[in-house]
Design a protein around this ligand. Structure first.
Ligand code: GSH
Length: 226
């Protein structure tokens, strides 16, 4: 059976997890946390900097969330592929996967890591800079999503697997403005999808670990589930 290292609250683990659920692939989950030091030791060996997700398929090790999703398309499950088989069509899917990872999830992660540092070591400029990046990304994505249901090729796929955790958590850290109707509607559509609702539910016990809480979220009118 396939094994996958991850943590239910971790954004980059959500990406292949959504694909596993979409494609009905059975797997064994290997928790990466302080209570499972052997799993921390294993990913330290298997991935360059001890990051997860890491997929183990017999002798085959696959790292990087996008590569794992592409691997599942080829070797496991029967649902339509998350990356279109035609390489010309796949360009848009990979483009949007990268945009959500690099211009939404990455700035949000940098804000999270900054606030997790001890106070004297925090960079006071970083939250302003990262919120500026998120604002640009949100505006661009709102235009992109206007008239679209899913992020690439009119089909649910890898880009939506990336968008779900990125928009879910980014909205907590820096709420998407109410005026960006198409982007907010897309986020709601993602959260209503059964595979994603399941991932969100499974992560619920760790919600209090999210450090960018406070008035921004309460005042966004969105609530934590939207
Ligand atoms: N580019 C990687 C990013 C993986 C990543 O950042 N993983 C996070 C969990 S969501 C992690 O391992 N964090 C722990 C660490 O960096 O030590 C991917 O797409 O898989």
């Amino acid at each position: 059976m396939l094994k996958i290292y991850g943590h239910p609250f971790a954004a980059f683990y959500w990406k292949p997890l959504i694909a596993l659920y979409e494609r009905n692939v059975p797997f064994e989950f290997l928790m990466v946390d302080g209570e499972h030091p052997h799993n921390i030791e294993a990913i330290g060996r298997l991935s360059p900097t001890g990051q997860f997700p890491v997929l183990v398929d017999g002798e085959r090790i696959v790292i990087e969330s996008a590569a794992i999703i592409e691997y599942l398309d080829l070797h496991h499950g029967t649902a339509p592929p998350m990356v279109p088989a035609d390489p010309r069509t796949a360009i848009e899917a990979r483009q949007m996967d990268s945009i959500f990872d690099d211009y939404v999830m990455t700035p949000l992660s940098r804000m999270v890591f900054n606030v997790l540092r001890e106070e004297s070591k925090r960079d006071p400029h970083l939250p302003v800079e990262m919120k500026g990046t998120l604002d640009k990304s949100y505006a661009w994505l709102n235009n992109w999503m206007t008239g679209r249901q899913w992020a690439a090729n009119d089909t649910f796929g890898i880009a939506d697997c990336a968008a779900a955790p990125a928009l879910f958590y980014a909205h907590w850290g820096h709420p998407i403005p109410a005026a960006l109707v198409a982007l907010r509607a897309y986020r709601a559509r993602l959260l209503a999808r059964p595979s994603i609702a399941r991932v969100v539910d499974e992560a619920r016990p760790w919600r209090e670990n999210f450090p960018l809480t406070g008035k921004a979220i309460e005042n966004s009118g969105a609530g934590r589930d939207q």
